[in-house]
Design a protein around this ligand. Structure first.
Ligand SMILES: Cc1ncc(COP(=O)(O)O)c(C=O)c1O
Length: 377
């Protein structure tokens, strides 16, 4: 019997079940309990950051990070045009204005030269997104930020375990944000984290996400806070997943290598590329079809053969709340969205399953993909 193929399903095993049932038995299932600080300490240690604060989601992490840095009305924040909507909405939550920059056609990451073009007197921060786990050109970005006195908030929600210049993604900016949503490299069910080296700011974030509650006085709230806390139940799941992170990263890299090797002879198929200094976590392995093949039709055909895929994110400027932002300046973002596809990348898959995906893809492409090249990268 053929085994199921998974796109981005979580990999939950015995260890996770043991930790979860231990937590349930302890009664500490909510926002108080020993696993929360353990998970935070483990994460900080793993990535080499001074401190990490767990949150309810990656979106909450991005919101509170912007809030902590004092970004608000009248400020501009540079974001990539090609990202998940949750990178951008928090900029609106704090009352600032997102300014979109195009991405690089090879790495699919926000392009440093595009960042520089969009800087004005009002620019306060930049949010580089390590897209699908692939680290941005952080040396360049940090250099630009330093020259223009900008904050950098890394959107590392997709890139736990990725490295740039021998350092983990999420250790470059003023603050960095992670997501542990069910489809990410490790999951807590739903959850996020803010990490960095500014212990004072992170300490304050820890206070803010707990309704800005002063621990020394009962139910005293000297500031406006949020309820953005992770639960002990979620943190216990996260701790079990962190014990398996190396296993997950090795698998994801292996899957990416198989795709590259197996599809290398197919004309006009391009992969997301790493910068020389970077080592992607390959959260998702994705390709661009530089020919005229109909992507929705290809998706349908793959689905009919038991192979799930997903489209690359639609550029954020396509959505009604952002439609006033100029559109066609973002040709690389549109090209990657229009011609790209994410392939099965869940660590539940076996190598055999990934070979099966490649075989099916090759069959379909050879059968139909003889359209002329629309653009070579
Ligand atoms: C690039 C990016 N930013 C932010 C988020 C938000 O994370 P969460 O879903 O945990 O709120 C995600 C996760 O889906 C993401 O992919």
């Amino acid at each position: 019997m053929c085994k199921e193929i998974y796109l981005d399903a979580p990999n939950i095993g015995r260890l996770e079940k043991d930790y979860l049932s231990e937590t349930i038995d302890s009664g500490f299932v909510s926002t108080f309990g020993p696993y929360i600080s353990k998970f935070e300490e483990e994460m900080a240690k793993y990535m080499g950051a001074k401190k990490a604060v767990s949150t309810q989601s990656g979106t909450a992490a991005l919101h509170v990070a912007l809030y902590e840095l004092g970004i608000g009305k009248g400020d501009e924040v540079i974001v990539p045009a090609l990202t998940f909507i949750a990178t951008v909405n928090p900029v609106i939550y704090v009352g600032a204005k997102p300014v979109f920059a195009d991405v690089d056609i090879k790495t699919w990451n926000i392009s440093p030269s595009e960042i520089e073009k969009r800087i004005t007197k009002k620019t306060k921060a930049v949010i580089p997104v390590h897209f699908y786990g692939n680290p941005c050109d952080m040396n360049e970005i940090m250099d630009i930020a330093k020259r223009h006195n900008l904050y950098v908030i890394e959107d590392a929600t997709e890139s736990l375990g990725a490295k740039y210049d021998e350092r983990y993604a999420g250790t470059f900016g003023d603050l960095s944000c992670f997501s542990f949503n069910g489809n990410k490299t490790i999951t807590t069910g739903g959850g996020g984290m803010v990490a960095g080296n500014d212990e004072k700011k992170l300490e304050h974030i820890k206070f803010l996400i707990n309704q800005a509650r002063n621990e020394s006085k009962e139910y005293y709230h000297p500031e406006i806070g949020f309820n953005y806390r992770m639960t002990n139940l979620e943190a216990s799941l996260g701790l079990a997943q962190m014990e398996r992170i190396d296993e997950f990263l090795i698998k994801k890299r292996r899957f990416h290598d198989i795709y590259k090797e197996e599809l290398k002879d197919i004309e006009n198929v391009y992969f997301q590329e790493e910068y020389e200094e970077a080592q992607s976590s390959w959260w998702l392995s994705c390709v661009i079809f530089g020919n005229s093949i109909d992507i929705p039709l290809l998706q349908k055909e793959l689905k009919n053969n038991g192979i799930p895929t997903r489209r690359i994110f639609m550029p954020v400027i396509e959505f009604p709340p952002y439609e006033n932002y100029k559109k066609r300046d973002y040709k690389n973002s549109y090209y990657i969205y229009e011609r790209g596809l994410c392939l099965p990348s869940s660590t539940l898959n076996s190598e055999e399953g990934i070979y099966k995906v490649c075989k099916m893809l090759k069959n379909i492409l050879l059968k139909r993909g003889e359209g002329k090249c629309v653009r070579s990268i």
